[in-house]
Design a binder for this molecule. Sequence first.
Ligand SMILES: [Zn+2]
Length: 194
Amino acid sequence: MIARTHDLAAITGLLLTVAALSPLPPMSLATIIAALVANQLGAIAPDIDQPTAPLWRNVSFGKLFGRFFGRIMGGHRFLTHSLIGVALLGFVVNWLLVFIHPLFPSVDSTIVWWAFMIGMLSHLVMDSFTKEGVPWLLPVPIKFGFPPLRRFRITTGRAIENFFVVPLLIVIVIAICAVTYPELLQLVQDRVVE
Ligand SMILES: [Zn+2]
């Protein structure tokens, strides 16, 4: 799946969580912004094993690092595209958030961490719709996909993704925003002023 699809899927996951858990406890504006950023980073994080990932395209020597990480992670759609890989990355990100928390005391690290994890899981879910599938249960070396029959799945970057999946996700995001508008408004208004 292309990066835009992953970005939209991650925000969809986040909005669904907000809708399911609302009313959420009041949180600072810094927490809301950090959670949105973390959610988008989580959306593209599993593709650090790919030299052409958006993450690597934007840094100098990115391709080189990308290839290096790809090797370590076992190639594209391997460790970072599995539940065990998500857990490991989640552990590292949690450690990082604890480490930098003193710099941003008004940010609720737990909420930011969950937003990141939702982004990462949404990536795996979306990649499951592609022909290649996802090795969810590594070290079990089977790539799972939906629908189970490969020929009904999507090829990344093809017209169906650009003209069907992306618009569909945009409609879903708008629909959830419309339905949960009071809760979202409450979240921003109730925020803890630091
Ligand atoms: Zn991927």
